[in-house]
Design a protein around this ligand. Structure first.
Ligand code: ADP
Ligand code: ASP
Ligand code: MG
Length: 406
């Protein structure tokens, strides 16, 4: 018998009607004979609502009590889902993260799963009961609630699937992973099969259909993963399968276009060019769990000094500036209102004209490029926030993805 973890995101549990529709999909899966565990997000908009309450009191992400407030959203939807399953005559019970023995390390608001003892969930499954686990949460070693970063229910689901040796199905509001966000580009195509690496890079560059850490975890543990729509009738969503690259016969050069709005650029002018000083800057940021990207280093006019620039998520700017405060840079500048658009593909390194196409497509739209960064499997441009939708559509067409076969 196959064990399946079915994860339902915010819009899939966004109202009682949506919870009932998602419960019907679970019931259909059970009727096929699979053993099923469910993982749910908070109802759409609930985490933002709770976060705004916290902010009104002067608190924010990174605080322990904030995590207690935020995790309440998943508690509600887990119990409501369990009730909705009973309407199908199914036996079910909710599990909070700590009841499912999810152990975390790392800071509040961005904790990582360090362990998951699946035995309570396994006992429920053995008794024919459908466990409905609240996503996005676990407990630290000192028994404090922790949340797993925005979009973290994907990680909860993948980690549970890994612990159970199960398949993981991520139900969301689109019919799988597309060549770009279908809400921005109507010509975006569903990708039938995609490798963990391509998915990981798309997610890391902003395609929020799957949380980056969940894609990483699935790759590391080889969890069979699918992304499907909960808005289709049970069994009707074709979705996307995420798997090892060698199991995919057809090789694409470009997988898709991703974007991330609200980026910030930090420039450290005249910092000591010694590697140890530069490493100290990045060490401090890493300790604070701040992801950095698009690093550009160039010599400063002053001897033995360098200019260093990089981008981060706008939400991390205040914390990053505190970390950087200790550097010996002559000047620290920051800029917001930026976005990153990225072309992702395992075959990019084989194409000499990748940069030409990008400059050509964005140039035609008169979209200025602030910084460009390339790696083996992606090329990213930093642009102004306002240009992001035009840029995504222009790149989607320029790289031949309009009408590409999924
Ligand atoms: P959930 O609440 O189910 O976790 P999310 O909002 O986190 O859903 O992710 C689904 C959304 O991701 C879609 O509605 C879509 O707008 C967006 N998205 C961005 N890039 C892509 C992509 N390449 N393929 C599919 N969806 C994408
Ligand atoms: N509710 C959390 C969020 O909005 C976790 C999730 O939905 O995956 O980020
Ligand atoms: Mg999500």
């Amino acid at each position: 018998m196959t064990t399946r973890v079915m994860k339902f995101g915010g819009t899939s549990v966004g109202s009682l009607e949506r919870i009932r529709a998602s419960a019907a999909i679970v019931a259909a899966e059970c009727a096929r004979g699979d053993s099923v565990a469910v993982v749910v997000s908070a109802m759409a908009g609930e985490t933002d609502r709770l976060l705004s309450l916290v902010r009104s009191l002067g608190f924010g992400l990174g605080d322990e009590e904030t995590d207690v407030v935020l995790s309440a959203g998943e508690q509600i939807s887990a119990a409501l889902m369990s009730m909705a399953l009973s309407e199908h005559g199914l036996t079910s019970r909710s599990f909070m993260g700590w009841q499912a023995r999810i152990r975390t390390d790392g800071p509040p608001g961005a904790a990582r799963i360090s362990g998951l003892d699946a035995s309570p969930i396994q006992s429920a499954l053995r008794e024919g009961c459908i466990p409905v686990m609240a996503g996005f949460q676990g407990a630290s070693v000192n028994e404090r609630l922790r949340t797993l970063g925005r979009g973290g229910t994907d990680l909860s689901a993948v980690a549970l699937a890994a612990a159970l040796g199960a398949h993981c199905d991520i139900y969301t509001d689109v019919d799988g992973v597309f060549t770009t966000d279908p809400r921005i580009e109507p010509n975006a195509r569903r990708i039938g099969k995609i490798s963990y690496d391509e998915m990981l890079e798309l997610a890391a560059q902003g395609a929020k259909v799957l949380q980056t850490r969940s894609a990483e975890f699935a790759k590391a543990r080889n969890v069979p993963l699918r992304v499907l729509s909960s808005f289709a009738e049970p069994g009707q969503s074709e979705g996307t399968m995420i798997m090892q690259a060698e199991d995919i016969a057809e090789r694409r050069i470009v997988s898709g276009i991703a974007y991330a709005r609200d980026q910030a650029r930090i420039a450290l002018r005249g910092i000591s060019a010694e590697s140890t000083a530069l490493a100290a800057v990045f060490g401090g940021l890493a300790e604070a769990d701040i992801g950095i990207d698009m690093i550009v280093q160039s010599p400063a006019s002053e001897k033995d000094r360098a200019n260093l620039e990089f981008t981060i998520d706008r939400r991390d700017l205040d914390r990053a500036l505190v970390c950087i405060g200790e550097s010996d840079a002559r000047d620290v500048l920051s800029e917001t209102g930026l976005a990153k658009v990225s072309v992702v593909g395992l075959g990019l390194n084989r194409r000499a004209d990748v940069a030409r196409i990008l400059y050509g497509a964005l140039g035609k739209q008169k979209i200025g490029i602030r910084t460009l960064a390339t790696s083996e499997i992606k090329i990213s441009a930093l642009i102004e926030n306002e240009g992001v939708e035009h840029a995504v559509r222009a790149l989607h067409a320029a790289y031949g993805l309009d009408g590409a076969d999924g």
